[in-house]
Design a protein. Structure first.
Length: 414
């Protein structure tokens, strides 16, 4: 039983079949439409009015690979027994193994009921219908999604204001020092950016800030993150405070029977290279199911009713955390996990005023590289990907890494 019908679920079905699983496969999807790709919902909000179907993007159609696909059947409960699992999805569905791939849901803030969110195709359709030239859009949150929507809306003639509680855009992902370098992009794209601003009230026609400012709005979008969609599990599995499920390298839920797996946005994955990796990484949802299927079908993995103790899967590929964003006229690619307190080294020949550049996060006082962000610098993308292809974090000469005239690969230490 694969619970969910997004990218991680689709790839799980494909990986199981490719590795020879010929048993019965059932897919439960909460939405009524076939699996689709989510990144285009924001990146191409206005120029792609329909969903980007995964069957066309990946060449994988769960409706042909699975024995049964139940769309519009959200799971509401899970029970793990000594010999199998039961899923409540309107009716009780039994299986030997359950893969939880229910993804994430947009974070909603109490009191912001008048704000739209963007996570599903229906969300995108509702937002798209209201964005016409001259419309006043207020976006709360200058993270990945907020910045992407702001850019495409402004380019279509929408009057856009972005309100951010932090001192700079993308602070949660990149920190203030690097996020601040994105601030000029907003004005250049015709977007008003308000930082260090706390929203106290959202009304149908305005957003009220703590400093007393009233920002008029025809449409308000709350883009303040997403949380794992695991509320339906209740106490059936051990969940983290944010709702995620801690898994080993084979995506077996820790402290639960091997017959229960979790992949994609719901999974807090252990990585030899990066430590604990949160969900929400598109590449993880694309590649993680391969490790899951390989581990699940490995006879040496032990009985399905055995409890996962966190033993590493020898065959795990350990995909690097990866984010790609097109926002406000710039292409951003992030590999790895920037951490608070890391030392930041910039590869920037043009200075802070503009041009292409990259940022590198190092462990404090160390040559160990934690993450790389490239901005409009495709020649660093391939090098960064290769640097994180090994089992361990790469080690770089900081001075050479910060020199834009030195290819990034040439800064690696033996």
């Amino acid at each position: 039983m694969v619970v969910g019908a997004g990218l991680a679920a689709t790839q799980t079905v494909a990986a199981l079949r490719e590795r020879g699983f010929d048993g019965r496969l059932t897919v439960l999807g909460a939405e009524t439409i076939p699996p689709y790709d989510r990144p285009p919902l924001s990146k191409h909000l206005l120029d792609r009015p329909g969903p980007t179907w995964l069957s066309e993007e990946l060449g994988v159609d769960v409706r042909t690979l699975a024995d049964e696909v139940r769309l519009g059947s959200p799971a509401t409960a899970l029970r793990v027994g000594p010999s199998g699992v039961e899923i409540d999805a309107g009716t009780i569905v039994e299986a030997d193994v359950a893969v939880v791939a229910t993804g994430a849901r947009a974070r909603r803030v109490p009191g912001w009921e008048h704000a739209l969110v963007l996570h599903t195709a229906d969300d995108a359709a509702a937002l798209r219908a209201r964005l016409t030239p001259g419309t006043r859009l207020v976006v709360i949150g200058a993270g990945w999604i907020g910045a992407e929507v702001a850019g495409v809306a402004a380019a279509a003639g929408v009057e856009v204001t972005v309100i951010e509680a932090a001192p700079a855009p993308l602070t949660g992902a990149l920190g203030t020092q690097v996020g601040a370098r994105a601030m000029p992009w907003f004005a250049a794209a015709g977007v008003r950016l308000v930082t260090d601003a706390r929203v106290v009230r959202v009304e149908p026609d305005a957003v009220h800030l703590a400093d007393g400012e009233r920002v008029p709005a025809d449409v308000v979008l709350a883009a303040v993150g997403a949380v794992p969609a695991t509320d339906w599990l209740g106490a059936a599995l051990p969940r983290e405070p944010d709702g995620s499920l801690r898994v080993d390298e084979g995506y077996a839920v820790l402290a639960a029977p091997h017959r229960v797996r979790a992949v994609g946005d719901v999974a807090l994955r252990r990585s030899h290279r990066h430590g604990w990796v949160t969900g929400g990484h598109w590449d993880g949802a694309l590649r993680g199911p391969v490790d899951l299927a390989t581990d699940l079908l490995d006879p040496s993995d032990g009985p399905l009713d055995g409890t996962s103790d966190g033993t590493s899967a020898a065959h795990a590929s350990d995909p690097v955390p990866y984010v790609f964003s097109t926002q406000l006229g710039h292409d951003l690619t992030l590999f790895g996990l920037p951490r608070p307190g890391d030392d930041v080294v910039l590869r920037d020949g043009a200075g802070a005023g503009g041009g292409d550049w990259s940022a590198l996060w190092f462990r404090p006082g160390s040559p160990v590289l934690e993450a790389v962000l490239t901005v409009d610098r495709p020649r660093d993308v391939g090098a960064a990907r290769r640097l994180f292809a090994g089992r361990d974090l790469p080690r770089l000469d900081r001075d050479r890494a910060g020199d834009v005239n030195v290819p990034l690969r040439d800064a690696a230490l033996a």
